[in-house]
Ligand binder design. Sequence first.
Ligand code: BJW
Ligand code: ZN
Length: 292
Amino acid sequence: MSLCMFYRNLNNNLLSKVSTIMAKRQSSDMTTFKEVLRSAKNVVILSGAGISAESGIPTFRGAGGLWRKYQATALATPGAFRENPSLVWEFYHYRREVAAKAQPNTGHLAIAKYEEKHATDKNITVITQNVDGLHARAGSKSLVELHGNLYKTRCTKCKEVLVNTDSPICEALAGKGAPDSAQIGSDIPVKSLPHCQKASCGGLLRPHIVWFGEGLEPEVLNKAEAAMSACDVCLVVGTSSVVYPAAMFAPQAAARGATVAEFNIEPTPATPEFHYYFEGPCGTVLPLVLSD
Ligand code: BJW
Ligand code: ZN
């Protein structure tokens, strides 16, 4: 059985089991959730693009998910990079510039303050699918970046991973990356794109980001899975819960008895699996939940 089929079967089984149990008793009562959270020892906050939406960073699915004529997810593949590294680098250059100018919002900050306040009485782990670095900039300490980071590069030849916050990342990308659909094609010569600085290597660099069809880094996945399997409460914040393996983390936690609360502006396919659902922008709702 392929890994895709495995995920799909596993999740379908989980969904049907858990939704039968949960559908009857989902709650949006903040007072009771805050009581549950107060007595929790191990807390995971699993975030997605929605938490950065209020910082002006487009989400993937929905209105903001287009760059030029491309779905953002269509450019986040190894095939797209092989076919046109210039186009993919323009896309990532644009996103690096947008994220660098963005500021963590009240949602990111509420999480970081909550971690600080409970540094001695709870184990709190933030697992994010986001690559924008805003949780770290807000002050989150125990952070797992599942899908990588916009400000890390990886050499396609020697595989070295480096932090790189240069703006622009190379001269040829200066002024490039405009998102409007009038821009056609992209033809920066490969030799002018970012390259490994090691004299013995000189390979083409790529963003250190997990693209579709690529496995997550084993250590990163292990960390996330360890936190998920130990948590007694999980907050699922601003994710459509459709991208695996992250999409199965919270349903699995709910299935083994952890309390799961979802925070989103609209229901997702996973909503029926969870004990609590809080509708609204997480920059407004999270501070209410995490403030005491
Ligand atoms: C708000 C809000 C506000 C808005 N307040 N809320 C079939 C079945 C199962 C699995 C697969 C399958 N076919 C393929 C797979 C595997 C594939 C996958 O999951 N595909 C699915 C689409 C079906 N997964 C992978 O390939 C992963 N690797 C893997 O599994 O390796 C093993 C393997 C290999 C080969 C084959 C099969 C398995 C890797 C996944 C990497 C994901 N990468 C991306 C791009 C990262 C790069 C980048 O950023 O450029 O990660 S895709 C994109 O989606 C990005 C995100 O991190 C990820 C999740 O998106 P997220 O965060 O949920 O964002 P949105 O936009 O979807 O949702 C935003 C939400 O916020 C919405 O719900 C809004 O309502 C809400 N919102 N404003 C609160 N203010
Ligand atoms: Zn190299």
